[in-house]
Ligand binder design. Structure first.
Ligand code: TRP
Length: 450
């Protein structure tokens, strides 16, 4: 049976960028930029993408396209059955863990899109805060939304690689972009918004320290969805003509552009009403509803439009990432257990729903769902994001840089000698020395070791 593939270059870029562009672009990047010298951070970030993000993307592309199969089997193929193959299994496992809680948060975004449309988010700051904690600690309602977004994902995955993932990415990514521009324009035309713009565009190099580099590298790594098989799985659908280097550059640029634009949506609005921006769920579900309420107090209708556009773009960002996550386990199951795509997707979706229920309940309804003093939700987030992702990424660099057959890697990098070899030595140097060192430093810092 012929293996599925993406149909066009644009499809490849948008689908892969869809995996990369996620909640992290919106709720973490702007905050990091704000904390670390605005435009100066953006420069440091681009540097991190160049030395860490792009080499790691290419490494996963190489393994995925060479394997032309699910992540676990692709690593096995490259490793010729040696122990390195376990990195692939670990990637699939990490993806499944991430899906469980990522779907819960994606469900919150859908709920908030409707809530914004109904004008439910127009209360006082206390009311907005209560609304969020009442909703997330409820036993039933967040689960409905979690199931809803997972079923939507299931339906898209069942459509296949071209008819589902590629077609939807081609529709959703441009829509996300348009919504982003709508909110950016609305935010930047508020009174006093220019101070927020200035904050982002004037580089303040005095804020750049060693820690800034580590923060930027950690963010680049997470934001590009490296280290868990999504990129590798999508690369298995790339064609032999796909230029891996230019694709990695284009995908990184789209991802960075969305992150920077998210800054131009958040800071101008926050400066305009004098509320300081934070990061994570509290930024998206508590701070920003307040900011929009204040900013558009005299134009409530526009406020509703901006609110719906904002949560709508969050839903799209989360959904395209969720699709790539579910796809990893789905093809794994389908190919390893010889199931149809539909059956495999149904099993993965059911598994994610069960895990999602536990995650969601651990946030309040059933506090005993916790381990090592963390709710299951936080535990999943911590182990996957802070431990498993860097570990997979690090091992992938070491494996590809030092142990995998170099001729296969060169063939993949140069499309069997048909595109320029010029950057191959640079890639080899980065993946052998620079990227693994960078991941190690970020990892140690995240664990608080230094
Ligand atoms: N890149 C996503 C973001 O910016 C988060 C993420 C990390 C992710 N790894 C992933 C998403 C794997 C999908 C698949 O929010």
């Amino acid at each position: 049976m012929e293996r599925a593939s993406f149909g066009s270059k644009l499809g490849i870029i948008l689908a892969t960028a869809g995996s990369a562009v996620g909640l992290g672009n919106i709720w973490r990047f702007p905050y990091l930029a704000g904390e670390n010298g605005g435009a100066a951070f953006i420069l440091v970030y681009l540097f991190s993408v160049a030395i860490l993000g792009i080499p790691c993307l290419i490494a996963e592309f190489v393994i995925g396209r060479h394997g032309a199969s699910n992540t676990a089997r692709a690593y096995s193929k490259m490793a010729n059955g040696k122990a390195w193959k376990w990195i692939g299994y670990m990637g699939v496992f990490t993806g499944f863990i991430i899906t469980s809680y990522y779907a819960v948060v994606s469900g919150w975004c859908v709920k908030y899109m409707f809530a914004a449309g109904m004008g439910d988010l127009s209360g006082t700051p206390e009311e907005i805060k209560d609304y969020f904690s009442t909703f997330t600690s409820d036993a039933v309602s967040p689960i409905y939304w979690d199931v809803a977004i997972l079923l939507l994902t299931f339906w898209i995955i069942c459509g296949g690689v071209r008819g589902g993932i590629e077609r939807m990415s081609k529709a959703m990514m441009p829509t996300l972009f348009v919504l982003l521009i709508v909110v950016v324009v609305a935010a930047c035309t508020l009174p006093g918004a220019m101070k927020g713009v200035e904050f982002l565009v004037v580089p303040d190099f005095s804020q750049v320290t060693g820690g800034t580099f580590l923060a930027a590298m950690g963010q680049a790594f997470y934001s590009l969805s490296i280290g868990m098989g999504c990129i590798c799985t999508y690369a298995s659908y790339y064609s032999r003509q796909t230029n891996l280097l230019t694709s990695a550059v284009q995908i990184s640029l789209v991802d960075t552009l969305v992150a920077v634009l998210a800054g131009f949506m958040i800071f101008p609005a926050a400066f305009s009403v004098g509320i300081s921006a934070d990061s994570g769920p509290s930024l998206v579900f508590i701070t920003l509803p307040n900011v929009f309420n204040h900013a558009f107090a005299s134009m409530p209708l526009l406020g509703i439009v901006v609110g719906v556009a904002f949560y709508g773009l969050l839903v799209l960002a989360a959904l395209t990432s969720l699709i790539s996550l579910v796809e990893v386990s789905t093809v794994f199951l389908a190919e390893e257990c010889k199931l149809s795509r539909r059956k495999a997707a149904a099993i993965v979706t059911a598994g994610c729903i069960v895990m999602g229920v536990f995650c969601s309940l651990s946030l309040g309804a059933v506090p005993s769902f916790s381990l090592f003093g963390m709710s299951l939700f936080d535990l999943f987030d911590f182990t996957s994001g802070q431990i498993l992702l860097p570990l997979c990424g690090f091992l992938t660099c070491i494996f590809l840089g030092w142990f995998a057959p170099m001729d296969i890697i060169r063939d993949q990098f140069t499309n069997w000698g048909t595109v320029s070899q010029k950057f191959f030595p640079v890639f080899k140097f980065l993946i052998r020395f620079v990227s693994p060192t960078a991941i190690l430093l970020v990892f140690l810092r995240q664990l608080g070791i230094f």
